[in-house]
Ligand binder design. Sequence first.
Ligand SMILES: NC(=O)c1ccc[n+]([C@@H]2O[C@H](COP(=O)([O-])OP(=O)(O)OC[C@H]3O[C@@H](n4cnc5c(N)ncnc54)[C@H](OP(=O)(O)O)[C@@H]3O)[C@@H](O)[C@H]2O)c1
Length: 287
Amino acid sequence: MILVVGATGGLGGKIAHCALSAGNDVRILVREGSQYEELLELGAQPAFGDLKDPSSLERACQGIDAVVTTANSAKRGGADSIENVDLLGNASLIDAAAAAGVQHFVFTSVLGANPQSPVAFISAKGKTEDHLRASGMPYTILEPNIFMDVWVNAIVDSPLRARQPVTLIGSGHKKHSFIVERDVASFALGALSNQGAKNKTIAIGGPRPLSWRDIVAVYELFLGYPVVLQELPPGSALPGAPQFMSDMLAFMDTYESPINMTQTASDFKVALTPVETFVRESVARWN
Ligand SMILES: NC(=O)c1ccc[n+]([C@@H]2O[C@H](COP(=O)([O-])OP(=O)(O)OC[C@H]3O[C@@H](n4cnc5c(N)ncnc54)[C@H](OP(=O)(O)O)[C@@H]3O)[C@@H](O)[C@H]2O)c1
């Protein structure tokens, strides 16, 4: 049985759906009040608990062969802080899984995770990676690059759908290997049947590096008209967006993060989704 932690999230939901539709026995760690009913209808078994409650994690891990976790505090708040969830909660989950004899633990980290990072979220990811490596439990750590579903949707798709200009912070020329969530889900589940993925830390990205301007050009191609682009200087706030999004967008304009995926995609037999497919599917949902 696979325990999915974070199954009510964007990526975690895709992982749970894929695992269920592939015929796996799936347990999901869920909290009262979260949106998990659809997964129960599809056959998932609920384990009620919280990353902040270690005893609930011990119960959830009983009889589990593999854990896949995507849970994180980024879009939550209050008691779900980086310290409580991404650092202590993940450590408790790893300890509970190791004690229960779990045979494979897949942790969704982030590209550039580093325990020494001055950014608390990136540091918590790096420390969790270290904790997992030291646990003695077989593991796979996935370090994905930026998700199209989250970032392209927020920065380009949503404004265009509302007939608004696209606003960038910085020039938008730096290239990153953006990836779609469903491909990350394929790597997360693929790790469970890929012996070569055991005890590895794997950077994952999309099929080719893209700048924001490349992505806008793909939208122009699909829409058949030029997109109005506004460029704000670093330090500006994106209208209507949370501050971390403005900060992250400015940060993305300071480095490039291409990932050569040829070998990894072949090892995992994942056909990476090109941005053109993402844009076509997104625009088709507009009406
Ligand atoms: N977005 C990107 O570009 C990007 C890039 C690289 C890596 N990543 C990583 O990829 C993952 C994204 O996952 P996602 O899209 O599924 O996240 P998400 O949509 O933000 O969902 C967060 C999940 O974590 C759960 N959670 C939060 N606090 C919890 C707690 N105290 N106890 C139990 N569950 C808790 C939430 O449950 P509730 O519904 O109960 O709150 C929810 O299921 C994250 O690990 C992220 O760091 C993201």
